[in-house]
Design a protein around this ligand. Sequence first.
Ligand code: AMP
Length: 213
Amino acid sequence: MKIVMLGAPGAGKGTQAQMIADQYKIPHISTGDIFRENVKNGTALGMEAKKYMDQGALVPDELTVRILLDRVARDDCKNGYVLDGFPRTIPQAEVLDKALREIGDKIDYAINVDVPDENIIRRMSGRRACLTCGATFHIEHIPPKQEGICDKCGKELVQREDDKAETVKNRLEVYHKQTQPLIDFYTGQNVLQTVDGTVDMKDVFAAINEILA
Ligand code: AMP
């Protein structure tokens, strides 16, 4: 089963992707996570990607596509995968489509987790992250026991550069301009399904499960 998650940044598609991955025993592939891991490890790829990520811009298609195609060619993807944060542009979707067609395959479901912009801004500006262990919190929904301190490792929590209000607005603009057209792309392939992403994450997952079952 090959699944693409669509939705604005902060819509909760990463959480849902992980739940799908656990339930269906397929890998959860997040290009954002791959980039962040590389930034953390200071690789050449990470240094290049960081320039774009810090501004809320997209990493160029050429680089992103190469990384994704490498990842889905691995053995653990034989029975499918759930893509989170890829494709983000029509050219990315077309490259993936072509690569799949060449092996007689296709995306089975594109799940659009729908959340209005106002909710996204509220959600993202409250996020806090631990740069040491990677744990994430939310000042309203998942507050750390002690303000500004990571529950897991005791280090300082910060607002990630790409969660700052100005960057979030940029990311939403980029989303509407470059990523939203994918809704039509996958509608045209008869695989698009939309779920309400404003409800409790368990209910979002229940709606997704009904689609996949
Ligand atoms: P995410 O965690 O998916 O929101 O990704 C964080 C950042 O990584 C994005 O704001 C982009 O700068 C970059 N990124 C992740 N996935 C892609 C992609 N498919 N295409 C281009 N840039 C991406």
